[in-house]
Design a protein around this ligand. Sequence first.
Ligand SMILES: Cc1ncc(C[n+]2csc(CCOP(=O)(O)OP(=O)(O)O)c2C)c(N)n1
Length: 671
Amino acid sequence: MKMDIQYTSERNAQIVISLLKAHGVRKIVASPGMTNICLVASIQTDPFFEIYSAPDERSAAYIACGMASESGEIVALSCTGATASRNYYPGLTEAYYNKLPILVITSSRRSDRIGHNFDQVTDRTSPTNDIVKLSVQVPFVRDEEDEWACVVAVNRAILEITRRGFGPVHMNLETMYSPAMCQKPLPNARVINRFFVGDELPSIEAKRVAIIVGAHIKWSDGLTRCVDIFCEKYNGAVLCDHTSNYTGKYKVFPNIMSIQKKNDFDYRNADLIISIGNISSSEYAMQAKESWRVNPDGEIRDTFWNLTKVFEMSETYFFKYFASIKEYSDEMEYYSTCVQEEYSLINRLPELPFSNVWIARQTIDRIPCESIVHLGIRNSLRSWNYFNVEKNILFYANTGGFGIDGSLSTALGISLATEKLCFCVLGDLAFFYDMNSLGNRHINSKLRILLINNGTGMEMHFPDFFADGVVADKDSFIAASGHYGNKSKTLVRDYACNLGFEYLEASSKSEYLEKLDDFCSREEKNYPIIFEVFVEKMDEDEAYNIVSSINGKAHNSNDYSLKPSERLANQKHATIVVFGTGSFFRDNINSVREKTSIKYACDNNSEKWGTEVAPGIICISPEELSKISNPFVIIALANTSDSLIVTNQLLDMGIKKFDHLSNWIRYEEKC
Ligand SMILES: Cc1ncc(C[n+]2csc(CCOP(=O)(O)OP(=O)(O)O)c2C)c(N)n1
């Protein structure tokens, strides 16, 4: 007889259970308690698992050691709060030094309660060094980002147990004691796998492959060749910005497209992303279902929220292997589409005001071949990334920490380690932050600094960015305008000249172009140069606006950083459905109607289907809801547990745009 297994409504526990199954973790030693009820109650009826009970946690951990060493399988432990997990220490110490595959799942009420005299809530956020290889938190899921964080953390924890020699790993699973055990079937959580050199590697079925390169050190010719051949065989393209330093045949520069307010370009439609390199300042809004990460560090880094495979190996090994198992294909359709889109947009770019973007456009092709350019965080980096350059220039930016504090020092460091010309482009806040480095006695004549002085931190001014929606006055404290001589014409000049720099200055397009040849000259100079360019922040603003509107305007349909009522305003094209038709719905329906027009109500109770639950509002079934295109669901349930069940139900139906009416009410009460 098929058993009717029901799982907890707590999403984080569902994710743990689903991934235990996906990674083949069957054996569990459970100790008694309250906070692990949701987990244990769910798995005890699932015949996949083989559960043993051990009332004493100290003994449980040693039992797991014995089972793990004899079976060679991963053995999971489950315990509750109080001092339960403390009693795992002796057994885990044994497991750590004997490299036994044990997964410790400690359950707990929410970690926010640690240290506030709540009974049994102990701190498990930093375990002793030699009891586990890794410890992760699996918090209660309240939104999409929590869910993503749980999926990644649980995959990472399970994969770590068998990586680079076995060993115990810990996860702390939060609970809210949800009584509902009505989830069936168990929703699948995204599985991440890791591959090593020598493993049988998976095949690539994707029709279009986007290789996305973050900040990357200089490429070897061998790696460039392997990637280019890979692109020719798999209909691939290399999506990158300057800091990627890729100079091969299949380079696409999508920043000019991805910055568009209306980004409806086909470059986004790759089937697979292969991610290499480090942190990038570029976001391409890809639509790919899946991403793979290739890096010798083998870490789980889910930059695109859809990671399924990590390849712990060199990039060259990876691309060479995949290129070797496939014939050439005639199709380079993906690359040609991307490049056509990129160039057609660049060709439509109108004249810009005198600004960082205008300067980038004028200057990038004038930088001599074989130079090095260091781009300041972040307006300079962004502006220069709109424009591709077909020359051998090496680019750097401090994208590791994104600080504005060390651009000049880093550029100086580069100039000390090369014979090449070194350019540094940066804003005034970044310049003054680090200007003492210009007095360093090792400064040399290879250094050329382009200072774009707009008298403010432009990042905080741009109309589309977060700060704009928050406050009107950004100059006073948000963007730190007016400091450092407030665009003084003499401050930098005198400092630079006194330190032996050649000083150039421009306040208009014509002045800039007049001096650009000198600044970019290939000729060896006797002095380092500072070229200070004074631009107006209004022009910076306008230039950004023009660049980001070449393809027309559009709005963001699902911006989670907005207040609840603002989110509604962004759902103009969605069909609004209220889920739940009980008393909470009846009490609040009028106030919801004041904010938006409701198309339907929906309920799990079949008796309500087809009836008018409020004047003019018909109740539909969840099945009917799943057929509506572009729904936005307002969950009208006061009880957290019920809301959770419906949240899970919607996610399972593929509906990701929803909000909780209770949040709105709380928000309005606060205001
Ligand atoms: C050390 C540090 N402090 C603060 C920030 C936040 N931040 C990012 S960009 C930016 C403004 C930089 O202004 P500026 O250098 O004048 O360049 P602009 O944006 O005006 O071109 C700030 C303050 C940061 N990245 N690093």
